[in-house]
Design a binder for this molecule. Structure first.
Ligand code: ADP
Ligand code: ADP
Length: 223
């Protein structure tokens, strides 16, 4: 059974903009799924609906039986949105802190998340001391620290230069393989979607919905 199933999903804003209409899509367990398409075709809206950050105007979004899975989500936005007054360690601690896990108890999980994104030696640094790519790594570590079953990423690398982006693409693949989590990745880059994904859903606009699907052999050598 799919992890998440969207059936006939529509989303209208202020009863004027139809961002999505008749969207049918599934997120399968363990896949690296890309939502690909030009700006304005409803990719971010679809991701926010899956995250439960907004409600559909039509249709249904079903989680594979368990409501608990809904809470096991990590979200990475295009902007890293770090707390400037907190260290790298403090920023990655945040989701656990909100769940009532203190610094000492959270330490192993934070150390592992930082190790996965290659930032072990930057735990005491502050956001202002980091490059854009490193801030994004902190943002990814923060999303991973709770070990979510589903990682949702909204054009996370769009603001970064190409070399940084390529390195992050490689490291993200490594993380996905290591954790065996499910990723839904929004992008308007054909290269990025082909390089990263096991499956691509191509979106079209007005109204936003899936217009094509491409599956990629997950075992093909990509590096
Ligand atoms: P994409 O992620 O593919 O660029 P979006 O999902 O951001 O597309 O947007 C789809 C359409 O919905 C666009 O026309 C956008 O302007 C509109 N839209 C998105 N969010 C809102 C909102 N909160 N209020 C009004 N219109 C919105
Ligand atoms: P991104 O392209 O990185 O997804 P956007 O600039 O499209 O970010 O959207 C940022 C926020 O603004 C989102 O909460 C989205 O719902 C909202 N938004 C996007 N387009 C519109 C719009 N046309 N009118 C009102 N809100 C919008």
């Amino acid at each position: 059974a799919p992890l998440v199933s969207l059936d006939g999903v529509g989303k209208r804003f202020a009863n004027t903009v139809t961002a999505l209409e008749g969207l049918d899509m599934q997120v399968r367990q363990g896949e690296f799924l890309s939502l690909l398409g030009p700006s304005g075709c409803g990719k971010s809206t679809a991701l926010r609906l899956i995250a439960g950050l907004s409600e559909p105007s039509a249709g249904t979004i079903e989680w594979n039986g368990e409501q608990a899975a809904r809470r096991s989500i990590g979200f990475v936005f295009q902007e890293p949105t770090l707390m400037p007054w907190a260290s790298v360690f403090g920023n990655v601690h945040l989701p656990l802190k909100l769940a009532g896990v203190g610094r000492r108890q959270a330490e192993p999980a934070i150390a592992e998340a930082l190790e996965m994104v290659g930032l072990s030696s930057f735990r005491d640094a502050y956001p202002r001391e980091l490059s854009g790519g490193m801030k994004m790594r902190v943002s990814i570590a923060r999303a991973l620290v709770t070990r979510p079953r589903l990682l949702l990423m909204d054009e996370p690398f769009a603001a970064l230069d190409e070399i940084t982006r390529f390195k992050l693409n490689n490291d993200l693949l490594e993380v996905w393989r290591r954790l065996g989590c499910t990723i839904v990745f929004v992008t308007h880059s054909v290269f990025e979607s082909v390089f990263l994904s096991t499956r691509i859903l191509v979106f079209r606009a007005r109204p936003g919905r899936v217009s094509a699907e491409l599956s990629i052999d997950p075992d093909q050598p990509r590096d």
